[in-house]
Ligand binder design. Structure first.
Ligand SMILES: C[S@@+](CC[C@H](N)C(=O)[O-])C[C@H]1O[C@@H](n2cnc3c(N)ncnc32)[C@H](O)[C@@H]1O
Length: 409
């Protein structure tokens, strides 16, 4: 399908789309907040607004029901719908979605949670919104996403294969000889239904000032979970166009509809010049906050490893095995000698079978040769910084074959 942007009531504009042509619908309609949402510029002029005032909850539900029925028809058999809402009406919306899609097509309720620091109202600080995930059929498309292990996971839980015994209890798998069996390649923990993604702060470059604008990072996750490149994403209440920008950045086709002229103009501007604000929390994971002593994120490519916590010698396990062995990585700390780092890694990997311990060297060390000879089971690897500094320091003429200072075997 071609990318499209329509201004008008989505109830009517949806008729311009073919049935069974869309892979994903994300809907972020008015939430039943009984407020007018407005944005004004420095002079006080209103630049964008939409009304979320309703005569009754029945009127709100009937508005949604009509549109949901049409949206369901637009979905392919493999398609899914994500409905974004908050406490104002989530109880009504869940019922409505069950009615339209059937309760067997309910997949998840995603909690989008974020930090907030102030609360004007009496009561608990609201820190989440809800996103209902329904599929059109059981053949819905779903791409698994993995996260890092939690800080409470110990290294054996990651390394050893687990199976269910005859009582259905999870136990470590053992070979006929009673030896521990190493687990398959470690991808991390499958994505849960609680997503911590920061709200756009007032100064974020991505923020266009549209009321209730959502972060691109949130939409990217939804799109990656349920679509492939080239698939079509539809947002019938597109507002400032966040879903469309995320789709464009991920090479998906998109269709956006909004009743407001200002919304369509803002969306077009964003599509012409897409800007995404990055988040340290999302890029490095919550772990980077918990485990500030673990420097592994600075040395290994993102998504190439699972972080190990609560272990003195091992910082991470690579996602891919090397010659059938789990690769255990330690990064030498700035305050420790190579010998100390090597001992810690060696001790941590001693009783583990089918593993390859790798030590990333971060400083030149005169004892490297001696340590390599003394600990043949360890693989020593110079960090890129170290390789570059020895590249600059070398007196040898450079050729494109030179392997500067590499001590990896
Ligand atoms: C919560 S906002 C969407 C915000 C959007 N997700 C973003 O990130 O900017 C809801 C949007 O629904 C639009 N809207 C309300 N009624 C509509 C209707 N009947 N058809 C299409 N759009 C509508 C409003 O103009 C508003 O832009």
């Amino acid at each position: 399908m071609q990318n499209k942007l329509f201004q008008g009531d989505c109830l009517l504009k949806l008729d311009e789309l073919l049935d069974s042509s869309v892979d994903l619908v994300y809907i972020d309609p008015p939430f039943f907040s009984q407020k007018n949402h407005t944005l004004s510029n420095r002079l006080g002029d209103i630049t964008a607004s939409f009304s979320d005032k309703w005569d009754s909850s029945e009127a709100y539900c009937s508005f949604l029901r009509e549109r949901l029925l049409k949206l369901k028809n637009k979905l392919k058999k493999t398609g899914s719908l994500f409905f974004h809402c908050d406490n104002s009406a989530s109880h009504l919306i869940r019922f409505l979605l069950d009615e339209v899609f059937g309760n067997t097509q309910f997949r998840s309720k995603i909690i989008w949670t974020y930090k907030r620091w102030s609360n004007a109202q009496k009561g608990l600080l609201p820190a989440y919104q809800e996103i209902f995930f329904y599929s059109k059929s059981n053949q819905f498309k779903f791409n698994k996403i993995y996260n890092n292990y939690s800080p409470t996971t110990n290294v054996d839980q990651i390394l050893q294969k687990r199976v269910r015994d005859n009582r259905g209890k999870t136990v470590y798998a053992k070979s006929e000889e009673g030896l521990i069996i190493s687990s398959d390649e470690k991808l991390g923990v499958p994505l849960s239904d609680v997503w911590e993604i920061p709200f756009l702060n007032p100064k974020a470059s991505e923020r266009v000032g549209y009321p209730t604008q959502k972060p691109i990072l949130l939409l990217e996750k939804i799109i990656q979970l349920t679509t492939s490149e080239g698939d079509t994403v539809l947002d019938p209440f597109c507002g400032s166009g966040t879903t469309l920008v995320a789709s464009k950045l991920l090479n998906r086709q998109f269709v956006g509809i909004d009743i407001s002229e200002q919304a369509i103009k803002t969306t077009q501007n964003r599509l012409d010049n897409p800007i995404k604000t990055s988040s340290k929390l999302c890029e490095n994971g919550v772990d980077s906050y918990y485990n500030t002593d673990n420097p592994v994120a600075s040395y290994l490519p993102k998504n190439s490893y699972s972080m190990v916590h609560r272990n003195k010698g091992i910082d991470a396990i690579l996602t891919q095995k090397k010659e059938g062995k789990q690769v255990l990585v330690r990064v030498q700390r700035q305050w420790e000698s190579l010998a100390q780092a090597a001992m810690l890694l060696l001790n941590a990997s001693l009783k583990k079978t089918e593993v390859l311990p790798v030590l990333i060297i971060t400083r030149t060390d005169e004892f490297l040769g001696y340590l390599q000879a003394s600990y043949p089971s360890l693989c020593f690897l110079n960090s890129i910084e170290l390789q570059l500094s020895s590249l600059v320091a070398t007196d040898l003429p450079l050729s494109n074959e030179i392997n500067v200072g590499s001590s990896a075997r």
